[in-house]
Design a protein around this ligand. Structure first.
Ligand SMILES: Nc1ncnc2c1ncn2[C@@H]1O[C@H](COP(=O)(O)OP(=O)(O)OP(=O)(O)O)[C@@H](O)[C@H]1O
Ligand SMILES: [Mg+2]
Length: 344
């Protein structure tokens, strides 16, 4: 299966105010999704990810702003006129139709000639690794297989982009990982623009070309996984994406990632050029390939460091250490951001 062209999506100052709510669910969001890009919306529950995706898909009308595909405003088109594939957490397959007939459905609706339907359905099922399951009904398929059928059905008519809202949310860990890899492969093979919504940072970091971090209906930062992790622009992003040590410092906050911290039992071994803080080790937890070392700093804040399994641990729980880091590994941020919201 191949798509001839990739398409760009532009979101211009889009807001959504639901009746009866005081604050906008989506608040002046602007974002460009490049042709062929894998873009992810990441953020805590209620931050406006689904509402934004639904406005792109056409299920929720915009309160203000506009959405363009390849420069054309689609904000007022009906969903089926937008030519976008959509997959939700719930598989939403027709229960009385086989996998093949489910996938054929959007092609029949578009009056595609029968022989072409057969070829395209075969290709789409092959793309998602379900060639041998064409004649099964949804209830004869596992959750992961049903979601593959939903993916095949969403791309079979070669839409301009594929939008996915928590498509792995209902699956157990192992299936999630497997299907996540399949989605990455589909993206490579199709070259199609993908928009993926999740509140799972690992999914976002491993799949995406770029991530838009949502908080309270706004986009806090857009960037590559690496940029967001190494150069967060707000405290919220630093704390939502990965673990951070945050040191208050004169109205600012210094953020350092756990793997950047060195621990010293003897303060004299700290290199002169390094920043330093005193801490007590609160716990040492073995997490497979590394140890997570819990820390309580002198001002009472909690943090953590990381040591690869096999490395010598400089201190045990209850012992004092000096924590150091190179200034080049710290990020200074304003402290204005609200505290991090718990991920569910
Ligand atoms: N149809 C609706 N009517 C009123 N309020 C709504 C409606 N849909 C969403 N909201 C509100 O808009 C805000 C954003 O919701 P949205 O579903 O976009 O969040 P989300 O980021 O997708 O969260 P989750 O990770 O839980 O799916 C929430 O406060 C939600 O309660
Ligand atoms: Mg949602």
């Amino acid at each position: 299966m191949n798509t001839n062209a990739s398409h760009g999506i532009r979101i211009n100052g889009v807001s959504k105010v639901f009746a009866g709510l005081h604050r906008p669910a989506v608040d002046d969001v602007s974002l460009d999704i490049a042709p062929g890009e894998f873009m992810t919306f990441l953020g805590p529950s209620g931050s406006g990810k689904t509402t934004t995706l639904s406005m792109i898909a056409g299920f929720v009308p915009l309160t203000s702003g506009s959405i363009c595909i390849d420069g054309k405003d689609i904000s007022r088109l009906k969903p089926h006129k937008r030519d976008l594939g959509v997959v939700f957490q719930q598989y939403a397959l027709f229960p009385h139709l086989t996998a093949a007939k489910n996938v054929a459905f959007p092609l029949q609706q578009r009056s595609v000639p029968k022989p072409e339907i057969e070829t395209r359905v075969r290709d789409a099922l092959e793309l998602v690794g379900l060639s041998d399951f064409a004649d099964r009904l949804p209830r004869q398929l596992s959750g992961g297989q049903q979601q593959r059928v939903a993916l095949a059905r969403a791309v079979v008519y070669q839409p301009r982009a594929l939008l996915m809202d928590e498509p792995l949310g209902a699956l157990d860990r192992k299936l999630r990982d497997q299907l996540r890899r399949e989605i990455a492969r589909m993206h490579r093979e199709l070259g199609m623009t993908f928009l993926f919504v999740t509140h799972d940072q690992e999914e976002a970091l491993t799949l995406s070309d770029r991530i838009a971090v949502f908080n309270n209906g706004r986009v806090e930062q857009v960037g590559t996984p690496d940029e967001l992790y190494e150069r967060p622009s707000t405290l919220f992003v630093a704390q939502f994406l990965g673990e951070s040590n945050v040191f208050a410092d004169d109205g600012q906050a210094i953020v350092v990632r756990p793997e950047r911290l060195d621990l010293h039992a003897d303060p004299d071994t700290v290199p002169d050029a390094c920043q330093r803080r005193k801490a007590v080790v609160t716990e040492v937890v073995y997490v497979g390939n590394h140890h997570r070392i819990g820390l309580r700093f002198a001002d009472g804040t909690e943090g953590s460091a990381m040591r690869l399994a096999g490395a010598v641990l400089p201190a045990l729980p209850g012992e004092s250490v000096v924590v150091s880091w190179s200034p080049s590994h710290q990020v200074a941020l304003d402290q204005e951001s609200e505290p991090c919201v718990e991920v569910d």
